[in-house]
Design a protein around this ligand. Sequence first.
Ligand SMILES: Cc1cc2nc3c(=O)[nH]c(=O)nc-3n(C[C@H](O)[C@H](O)[C@H](O)COP(=O)(O)OP(=O)(O)OC[C@H]3O[C@@H](n4cnc5c(N)ncnc54)[C@H](O)[C@@H]3O)c2cc1C
Length: 398
Amino acid sequence: MNLNFTAEDNAFRQQVRDFVARALPADIQYKVVNGLILERDDYVRWQAALHAQGWGGSSWAAEFGGTGWSAVKKYIFEEECAAAGAPRIIPFGVKMVAPVIMAFGSPAQQQRFLPNILSGQEWWCQGYSEPGSGSDLASVKTSAVRDGGSYVVNGQKTWTTQAQYADWIFCLVRTDTEVKPQRGISFLLIDMKSPGVTVRPIITMDGAHEVNEVWLENVRVPAENLVGQENQGWTYAKFLLGHERTNIAGIGIAKRELARLKRIASLEIKNGKPLIKDPLFSARIAQVEIDLVALEITNLRVLSAEEQRRTPGPEASILKIKGTEIQQAITELLTQAVGSYALPLRRDAMAAGYQGDAAGPFYATPLAANYLNMRKLSIYGGSNEIQKNIIAQMILGL
Ligand SMILES: Cc1cc2nc3c(=O)[nH]c(=O)nc-3n(C[C@H](O)[C@H](O)[C@H](O)COP(=O)(O)OP(=O)(O)OC[C@H]3O[C@@H](n4cnc5c(N)ncnc54)[C@H](O)[C@@H]3O)c2cc1C
């Protein structure tokens, strides 16, 4: 197993670096690097810039307008973008529903949906979770009953990220209640403008409106919006989750946040010296950095296996757990670095260009919200407890 990047990989890295330096709007980069609030338009502008470069579908096959990059190139691309302060690519369209439509959708669905996902013109959200169906996803209850040329959908989705921006939602719905739960699920594409769709905000403990409830009341969905075959949705859902877990380690994001931690620890003064010179604090930063380097090597091993056409298996769970622990540890150190100034939760002061009062230095303002927000990492995309179950069963054979 060779974990070194080739000369071609390194040249590609430089190409990505040059592109991001040229194409990433400075106002968006400023928000990302300083942990400020990003708007819908920020994500859309970045996706449009990627699309203009031909890189809108970094994980897509060339036949659908994607880059056709190898797993290593995808990794380098994501790492460089994140480290330079690009916003994350909102995954629900490009990385989740698009691969499902490519693999299982009809040619008409591919033509209708894929181009607007690539350009960022249409925003998607993910309607999997329901109250009572999160880790136990196969128990979803939202029903879809066939009525002529439509399905009539009733139920409630929850934790739906950025549904307030979405044009479309892909949903797991129950189309058969008489069989084993996994066998009675279908995968439906629903227009958010359909009569009967209501989005209700959930405000999280950091004061953000990021997630929502989506209520579906007698929503008529054309039968042509069914992906693949009726009652085969569980297969497609699992396929999608496999895509959700690629690049799950968040190495680039962790590197960027580690750089932010070092920057802040250099500005904070303790006992007349920069905090970063304090032996105890710098040892804690070093520990996180060591963990991050170890995770990076593990990630490269997984990528190396992928290059040899072995699909990523349960090792993705290790990447998820360690990646989330590292990112959460960095937010803890960030708050500790500025002490009491990191305590006030000031969402208003997190807008770029805020000119009002602030307790402490400007970099302290978003830290409370950033810390609270990052708790989500170990819950979504399969909670860390569920990932540990996977490791126990599939790697350790327990
Ligand atoms: C910020 C955020 C954004 C999200 N965005 C979306 C989205 O866009 N679309 C979407 O569909 N969903 C989304 N989710 C939902 C997410 O996928 C679920 O929250 C997650 O799968 C956990 O499900 P749950 O909340 O129902 O908790 P539960 O499944 O009820 O779990 C509660 C606790 O019990 C533990 N637990 C459960 N089962 C086991 C077990 N077998 N062994 C050990 N421990 C167990 C869990 O780890 C957790 O700690 C989002 C969640 C969050 C927090």
